[in-house]
Design a protein around this ligand. Structure first.
Ligand SMILES: Nc1ncnc2c1ncn2[C@@H]1O[C@H](COP(=O)(O)OP(=O)(O)OP(=O)(O)O)[C@@H](O)[C@H]1O
Length: 466
């Protein structure tokens, strides 16, 4: 059995400890074109084994005779031709749904495949599809991005996936923006698979490119937009070097907040579209968003056509409480440091003097008097606006994550902001009297002297180490 990584957050209720999950297995028949939807809490486990037929989890096929286990998951197992599942453990709720949007997801995939074929025929002169998925929170954006990625990989492509939603990480911790090329299957249990930092994994690892954002929602102006520009530059130059990736194109997952569109203004969406040269804009679930965006992008010249597409929200999408999201983020962070269940990593603990740490705290808009509406006035080349404030460690740092950048502490703030992240460290304890900080790092080794960035997001992760 493959275990689900890093989810030992809350102590499991005693009954799940004493009852082996295998003793309560049951069979579930799924007719063709239906899906088994389930919700499992963080303290319980659902195990799933494919007995016969074929089935997929957000596009990734379930291997026969493999037992998958899910904890703290809301998801669905879909079958095109019918299957028999063996289920074990306990769920909060589950049911079989006959109405699913999988047919339109598959059609979307085939339309993208045509664009990829066109890129191949043009010998990569034309780039494959550049896709952005937008929609309200919990509309099913991440689920669709995963499905499209899995189908592309199954079709022998190597698409890139870009996560611009700081609320959840992709192969990195929440609060980061990341990009990775997918040439092997998407991990079923873990979400997206593992990066090399998470230790041994049954699914080949992916090496993500990470930038630190450090705020909960995409704001306008000094951080989000420049990081989108930076990421677009990095992704585009990567695609220029790699034919297979260029032909496959990329899919961008976004945060629900950029689709809120105050008074029909979608600044961040427009910025992402223009920086990444997006040519397929998928809106999920909202008539208004679709109509606003198709109007906005309809009168462009033909060489920068943006096809705006509308997809229905799946009835399976569930609203996730703040409490659940917090537990999900903590599990991602836990896994970053401690690895996957049985293949657990032992993060290294180290102590640093206050003087060894070069910590830069993100100054948020409301603190600097730099309001959201000032975005246009902001000139990144000017030194007039500070992005960060340099801080001395204090006990308020306890339980926080620091992004270790590749920039030097003497670099300009813009350079620190635009530099990629080597990794994250966790502040376990601060001794103000002795001026020492105890840190946890997933990798042993020398303590870097580079600039470290502290944001206000993700929230404190209490109890990561005792
Ligand atoms: N067909 C489905 N059946 C069951 N659960 C589903 C289905 N589609 C999505 N979900 C679940 O619903 C939740 C919300 O979906 P998802 O994360 O894809 O939305 P999102 O639009 O990316 O949300 P956010 O903007 O908050 O990141 C997730 O827990 C996801 O696993």
């Amino acid at each position: 059995m493959i275990s689900l990584p890093g989810l030992n957050l809350a102590a499991p209720p005693t009954e799940t400890l004493s009852v082996p999950t295998s003793s309560i297995t049951r069979e579930q028949d799924l007719p063709a074109n239906t899906e088994y939807r389930f919700e499992v809490s963080f303290s319980r486990t659902l195990t799933v084994r494919l007995r016969s037929g074929t089935a997929e989890y957000f596009g990734t096929e379930l291997a026969p005779s493999t037992t998958y286990s899910f904890q703290g998951t809301k998801g669905a197992i879909y079958t095109w031709h019918g299957c028999k599942l063996e289920l074990g453990g306990q769920v909060e709720s589950d049911y079989v749904a006959e109405e699913t949007p999988m047919m339109s997801h598959a059609n979307l995939h085939f339309a993208l495949e045509m664009l990829r074929d066109r890129s191949v025929v043009s010998n990569s002169v034309e780039m494959g599809p550049r896709v952005l998925v937008v929609g309200a929170e919990n509309a099913g954006k991440t689920a669709l991005v995963k499905t499209l990625t899995s189908y592309a990989v199954k079709s022998g492509r190597q698409p890139m996936v870009i996560n611009l939603d700081p609320r959840q990480g992709l192969l990195s911790v929440p609060g980061s923006l990341s990009a990775a090329a997918f040439s092997s299957i998407v991990d079923i249990e873990e979400g997206w698979g593992s990066s090399p930092i998470s230790g041994p994994s049954p699914v080949p690892v992916k090496m993500p490119l990470v930038y630190h954002y450090g705020l909960k929602d995409p704001e306008e102006g000094k951080l989000f937009k420049p990081l989108v520009t930076r990421m677009a530059l990095a992704v585009t130059s990567r695609l220029e070097e790699d034919k297979a990736s260029k032909q496959a194109g990329f899919v961008i997952d976004s945060s629900g907040t950029i689709s809120a569109g105050k008074a029909g203004v979608y600044e961040n969406i427009e910025h992402i579209v223009s920086e990444f040269s997006v040519n397929v804009l998928i809106t999920i679930g909202s008539e208004r968003l679709y109509s606003d965006l198709s109007r906005k992008f309809s009168n462009r010249s033909s060489d920068e056509t943006v096809n705006v597409i509308r997809i229905d929200k799946s009835g399976g999408c569930v609203d996730r409480s703040e409490e659940y999201m917090k537990a999900l983020r903590h599990s991602q962070i836990r896994e970053y440091f401690f690895g996957h269940g049985e293949d657990a990593l032992a993060p290294s603990s180290m102590t640093a003097d206050f003087g060894d740490l070069n910590i830069f705290r993100v100054i948020e808009n409301d603190e600097s008097g730099f309001a959201a509406g000032d975005a246009e006035d902001y000139n990144p080349a000017s030194t007039g606006v500070s992005i960060y404030e340099r801080i001395t460690p204090s006990s308020t740092l306890t339980n926080k994550l620091l992004a270790i950048t590749t920039a030097s502490p003497n670099d300009k703030h813009e350079v620190i902001r635009d530099s990629s992240v080597r990794g994250y460290i966790y502040v376990a304890d601060v001794d103000e009297a002795k001026r020492k900080v105890r840190l946890l790092s997933p990798q042993p080794g020398h303590f870097p002297g580079s600039a470290m960035v502290l944001g206000s997001w993700p929230e404190d992760v209490a109890g990561l180490v005792s």
